[in-house]
Design a protein around this ligand. Structure first.
Ligand code: 13P
Ligand code: SF4
Length: 393
């Protein structure tokens, strides 16, 4: 299968800087404001803009940001919310860059644009530095090189590329172009099943852990899951036989937050708190995931706690802000953070009240900042892969 390389830039830094240079209100001013004032000003803009503004928030956001969101969810739910958005003209996305890109693609798909007479929904990420270190572990040029290299050993017409939603839009577009699909932590198994109905193997990027943990549950063995290291010169560090017997080729990427959870933490909690249950995100390494009682998306983690009886004891292995929120919201249960060290997502944390207030007031006053707009060609093919995902039940 041949393809034209896709553009890898998904937001034009030039236009961002220009946007921000023209901003009526400079960010520096907001950093000096007291919390109470920021809260009042944010709420005033929300009131003024009404239904034309939709503030979405991922579960890892800080409580003080979550307090100003209209809707919150896991990555899959947030994609659905962006896809369903009707009344709004702007989405302010309190999350990370790949989520805002996905919202831009879904909120501005052709039928939605047509129904709005061609008017785009603007998607704003309050801090452009809110990226995802896992998404940064796979660049489009590396994925295209890997695809070409593996085609010398295996028939890539029978390989289905699957990208975790935590990836740049250009990788989603690669999947769209090559008969592939996007997955999230909440639908990874159903997506892999979809893929195996259409091909013999899956090329899964960028999170090796989600790929491995999901495939293991489907009966695929470690031996059938070679890891592709983009920094190895020859076949990602594999020999021909490893690729020939592969069912899932895993990209060597991970989440720096979730890799901090270790099996010894599980053992220690079970020893010190008899009866405790272990609840983790599938971005945790296999050794932790295998020991857990429950593993699932942030949405499933929340639902599991919400549906548990008073007195249930949990040690939860996911981002700190979410675990602390669950602890505060469920005093009737005993909730612990699974690691003795702080595991927080530093990029999610970049979205704070000064950035939110700054982006909202500039939006209201006609000098919007930090607009995420995915280039047309990337959008077209990413949408193919995202729509496939949304159609998987
Ligand atoms: P969820 O889709 O489970 O919300 O996960 C997103 C994420 O980035 C986890 O690290
Ligand atoms: Fe990315 Fe990990 Fe942060 Fe999730 S927790 S956004 S995977 S760095």
């Amino acid at each position: 299968m041949t393809s034209q390389p896709l553009p890898s830039v998904t937001v034009s830094p030039g236009s961002v800087e220009q946007d921000n240079c023209q901003a009526k209100h400079p960010l520096s001013l907001y950093k000096t404001l007291e919390t109470g004032e920021l809260v009042g000003r944010i709420e005033a803009v929300r009131k003024q803009l009404g239904d034309s503004l939709l503030i979405l928030g991922h579960h890892y956001q800080q409580d003080e940001v979550i307090a100003h969101t209209d809707l919150r969810g896991d990555s899959y739910q947030l994609s659905q919310m962006a896809a369903a958005s009707d009344a709004c003209r702007t989405i302010v996305f309190c999350g990370v860059h790949f989520m805002a890109e996905t919202a831009d693609i879904l909120a501005n798909r052709p039928e939605k644009l047509e129904s709005r007479g061609g008017q785009r929904v603007r998607v704003i990420l309050p801090d452009m530095a809110a990226g995802c270190s896992m998404a940064d572990m796979a660049a489009i040029a590396q994925v295209e090189d890997a695809w070409e290299d593996m085609s010398e050993v295996i028939d890539t017409d029978r390989v289905i590329p699957v990208t975790y939603i935590n990836s740049a839009a250009s990788l989603k577009a690669f999947c769209g172009k090559h008969g592939g699909i996007v997955c999230t932590s909440s639908n990874a198994k159903a997506v892999l099943e979809w893929a195996f109905e259409r091909g013999d193997r899956v090329f899964f990027f960028p999170d090796q852990h989600l790929g491995r943990n999901t495939a293991l549950k489907m009966g695929i063995t470690e031996d059938q899951m070679p890891v592709w290291d983009p920094y190895e010169m020859e076949l990602g560090g594999n020999d021909d036989q490893a690729l020939e017997r592969s069912r899932v080729i895993l990209w060597k990427g991970h989440c720096s937050v979730h890799q901090m959870f270790r099996p010894e933490h599980v053992h220690q909690f079970r020893k010190q708190h008899p009866g405790i249950k272990i609840l983790v995100h599938p971005e945790c390494p296999r050794e932790v995931n295998d020991l857990a009682d429950v593993s699932g998306s942030t949405g499933l983690i929340i639902k599991t706690v919400q549906e548990s009886p008073a007195g249930t004891k949990w040690a939860i292995g996911t981002e700190l802000h979410l675990v602390n929120r669950l602890k505060a919201e469920h005093p009737e249960q005993e909730i612990h953070f699974l690691s003795p060290v702080v595991c927080m997502c530093a990029t999610m944390y970049r979205i704070d009240l000064p950035h939110l207030c700054w982006s909202l007031e500039n939006l209201r006053d006609g000098t919007p900042v930090n607009t995420i707009e995915v280039p047309e060609e990337v959008t077209r093919w990413s949408l193919v892969a995202l729509e496939r995902m949304l159609s998987v039940k």
